[in-house]
Write a protein that binds this ligand. Structure first.
Ligand SMILES: *[C@@H]1O[C@H](CO)[C@@H](O)[C@H](O)[C@H]1NC(C)=O
Length: 309
């Protein structure tokens, strides 16, 4: 009697412990999955079963990747052993455990399956970083900003002036999320010269990012925190309530250099963004963390996405 009771209890006990406590991996069911797919964001979903040894071995690595990618790319897991999730796992073509799939933009783009058996935190991390769709227009000259702003002028535009050589992952994440409603651009501006030339700021600000937002022919500098959540909130309000959003913008005293027609409509070459070359994947040190339990291992340097522009 006791033994069979234990057996009945066992699956849920094991299931609770697949991922370390405090893990950023969020367990979801069918409705959680549907919700996640509506977000238009890149996310990763691991389809697992609690009895599967590969899943247990993957769990600390997957958790470490989740922590490194938080809050830019969410990592989820579905327990396919649970009755209520069986249909979802079937629909997703799960034939073995673990099956890890990346959804580049919710349900709007076809998912990709993680094919390697090397399920390390760094492999997950670079896979996710590389696969976030990049809808950021790279602009190299101040003159080209005008062309870009006047093109497709119905959409608000968000231009990042960044000291970074490559487009920050956070900016790509946002460009993916708001792809249908806001045009995103990025321009390297190491010392604030471009910002100054565009009429924003005095220039000469070394190493600082500036987000310029163009809406209805007017440009302003976004004054909030340059992190994912405040920026998302700002873009949401920009789309629903331009008036209140514009309180977060500071405008230059003189009208922005908007509709002055440049003589040559030089096409900005739309070179595909060379995503920051991922470092060669190092063997990551695999600490042997017991099944579930235990702390979430810390991501190594370079395996943490910056939530700041
Ligand atoms: C996701 O994209 C669709 C289609 O472009 C849009 O209708 C929907 O509002 C977007 N959802 C969110 C949460 O942004």
């Amino acid at each position: 009697m006791h033994a069979s009771l234990l057996l009945l209890l066992l699956p849920s006990l094991v299931s609770a412990a697949i991922f370390p406590s405090g893990s950023k991996v969020k367990m979801i069911d069918h409705s959680g999955f549907t919700k996640a797919m509506k977000q238009n964001e890149t996310s990763i979903v691991a389809f697992v079963a609690p009895w599967c040894g590969y899943c247990q071995r993957m769990a600390p690595e997957y958790s470490k990747a989740a922590q490194g990618l938080d809050p830019l790319v969410p990592l989820y897991a579905v327990d396919c052993d649970e009755e209520k999730n069986k249909r979802l796992c079937g629909e997703q073509g799960v034939k073995g455990f673990p099956t890890v799939k990346l959804f580049p933009r919710g349900s709007q783009l076809p998912p990709q399956t993680f094919e390697s058996n090397d399920r390390t935190a760094s492999n997950f991390f670079y896979w996710a970083s590389k696969k976030v769709p990049n809808n950021v227009k790279k602009i190299t000259d101040v003159e080209d900003v005008d062309v870009w702003v006047s093109k497709n002028s119905k959409k608000p535009k968000a231009l990042l002036l960044t000291p970074d050589k490559s487009t920050p992952l956070l900016w790509k994440v946002l460009s993916n999320k708001y792809r249908d409603s806001i045009a995103f651009g990025a321009m390297k501006d190491k010392n604030g010269k471009a910002a100054g030339a565009l009429g924003f700021g005095k220039g000469g600000k070394e190493g600082k990012s500036v987000v310029v937002v163009y809406e209805g022919g007017k440009g302003g500098v976004y004054q909030g925190k340059l992190k994912k959540e405040p920026l998302s909130k700002f873009f949401d309000s920009l789309l629903s309530d331009v008036e209140s959003a514009s309180t977060l913008l500071s405008y230059p005293p003189s009208p922005s250099p908007s509709s002055s027609k440049p003589e040559a409509q030089t096409e900005v070459p739309s070179e595909p963004e060379t995503a920051a070359d991922p470092e060669p994947l190092k063997e990551s040190v695999v600490e042997s963390v017991g099944e579930g339990e235990g702390e979430v291992p810390e991501p190594e340097a370079g395996q943490r996405a910056k939530d700041e522009l």
